[in-house]
Design a protein around this ligand. Structure first.
Ligand SMILES: *Cc1c(COP(=O)(O)O)cnc(C)c1O
Length: 422
């Protein structure tokens, strides 16, 4: 059956056999018992499916992975300890010392640090681009050592909407993997595979869980990239001696298998069964929640755009937004609950406003059921230099607002009373 997305949110990933638990049990066990030595040997050789150690696979994590893979239309998903570990493991699956990654400069602060500071220490160079730059300019960054193009569907916190066609064309031309962090759009509003992405990554700590209850990340292998004979990816085409000479490019699920068999095996950073359970249950209501996040955000953005104390506001639902056209194409059903705006005045005025909020809380988190605000320049992005702040699209007066699913009138009333305090 080809179920619709909202049905998959509720039903995908787990179906009990007669007499089994209706929802995925939390299999809180590191290991699994077997009667036969041969059965276990076959598992280690990847000759059959099954569980032998939770670092490599776990039934509760598998239920969550199955659900996200179904939502994104992928052939395989890998649950990770966090969004950051998902990004790290995805990159290390394809890149090593001497290779390079080409990445949007308008990405999540943690991603910018990982690619700009930590990966270079391992010899992986990162070349950043302005996602709005013409294709030729981005094209020029790609050379024979480029292993991945990395972008975000809706950039956090710059709220840049990705021009998928531009990047899919560049990626196809160079036969290089196209990875998209789809955290803020979610598969409810955008399925990057349909626009040519090869890898889809989520911080499930955000909308997928949706309740700010469980940290997690997930990598989805879209199954639409041909590694066979591709000179960019020798590690997919030569036998893996650490896995009995397996050639990943020959497998139906090349990326997903290599990521799990090598990176998850060697580095760990897997999602815990408890967090997988919470995230799985969270996804049950994803379609419903995203609808409400998005309609609330649209109302809040319209209100703020007319407020005299607001200098500027970015939400793709607004007709005068730079990305409104792209959003109409790639996010027609909703643009999510995240927006950013600039308070007229300096950092102190931002603080007065934020501290006056009563319903909306100040927190580092975004994209859960409760509305919250953050001042990135003094928190998530405080390690960045003035120049990098501008590059990341984070001016000093930027307030990031994650609109929750409360009644929209209450959210607007809270903003109204706090803006009066400035
Ligand atoms: C939060 C976030 C991450 C990092 O995820 P964690 O689960 O916090 O490690 C990565 N990308 C985006 C777009 C995010 O919002």
């Amino acid at each position: 059956m080809n179920y619709k997305l909202d049905t998959l949110c509720v039903q995908a990933g787990y179906s009990p056999k007669s007499g089994e638990a209706r929802i995925p049990p939390i299999v809180q066990s590191t290991t699994y018992a077997y009667d036969s030595t041969q059965d276990m040997a076959d598992l280690f050789d990847l000759k059959r499916d099954g569980y032998f150690y939770t670092r490599l696979a776990n039934p509760t994590v598998a239920a969550f992975e199955g659900k996200v893979a179904a939502l994104e239309g992928g052939v395989c998903a890998i649950g990770c300890a966090s969004g950051m570990s998902a990004i790290t493991l995805a990159i290390l699956t394809v890149a090593g010392a001497g290779d390079n990654i080409v990445c949007s400069q308008a990405v999540y602060g943690g991603t910018f640090n990982l690619l700009g500071t930590t990966l270079p220490k391992l010899g992986i160079e990162c070349r950043f681009f302005d996602p709005d730059a013409p294709a030729e300019q981005i094209d020029r960054l790609i050379d024979g050592k480029t292993r991945l193009i990395f972008t975000e569907t809706i950039a956090n916190p710059a709220i840049v909407v990705l021009d998928f066609d531009k990047f899919a064309n560049i990626a196809k031309k160079h036969k290089v993997l196209f990875a998209v962090d789809n955290t803020l759009a979610t598969p409810v509003f955008c399925r990057p595979k349909e626009w040519g992405a090869n890898l889809i990554i989520h911080s499930s700590s955000k909308y997928l869980d949706g309740h700010a209850a469980a940290l997690g990340g997930v990598i989805v292998d879209a199954g639409n990239f041909d590694f066979k004979g591709n000179e960019r990816y020798p590690s997919f085409n030569i036998p893996d001696e650490s896995y009995h000479g397996l050639v990943y490019a020959d497998l139906p699920v090349a990326f997903g298998t290599k990521c799990r068999a090598q990176m998850i095996r060697d580095i760990g950073a897997i999602m815990s069964p408890q967090n997988a359970f919470i995230s799985y249950i969270g996804c049950d209501t994803l379609a419903l929640r995203m609808e409400r996040h998005s309609s609330n955000a649209k109302k809040v953005a319209a209100y703020l755009s007319k407020h005299p104390k607001i200098e500027w506001i970015k939400h793709p639902s607004l007709e005068d937004n730079k990305y409104h056209k792209l959003a109409k194409k790639y996010l027609p059903d909703g643009q999510g609950g995240m927006m950013s705006f600039g308070i007229k005045g300096d950092v102190k005025k931002c603080a007065v406003f934020m501290e006056a909020l009563k319903l909306i809380t100040q927190e580092t988190h975004v994209a859960d059921v409760r509305s919250c605000v953050l001042h990135p320049a003094s928190t998530t992005h405080r390690q960045l230099s003035e120049e990098d702040l501008v590059k990341a699209g984070v001016p000093h007066n930027l307030v990031r607002l994650s609109v929750g699913i409360e009644n929209p009138e209450d959210i607007i009333a809270d903003l109204e009373q706090a803006l009066k305090q400035i």
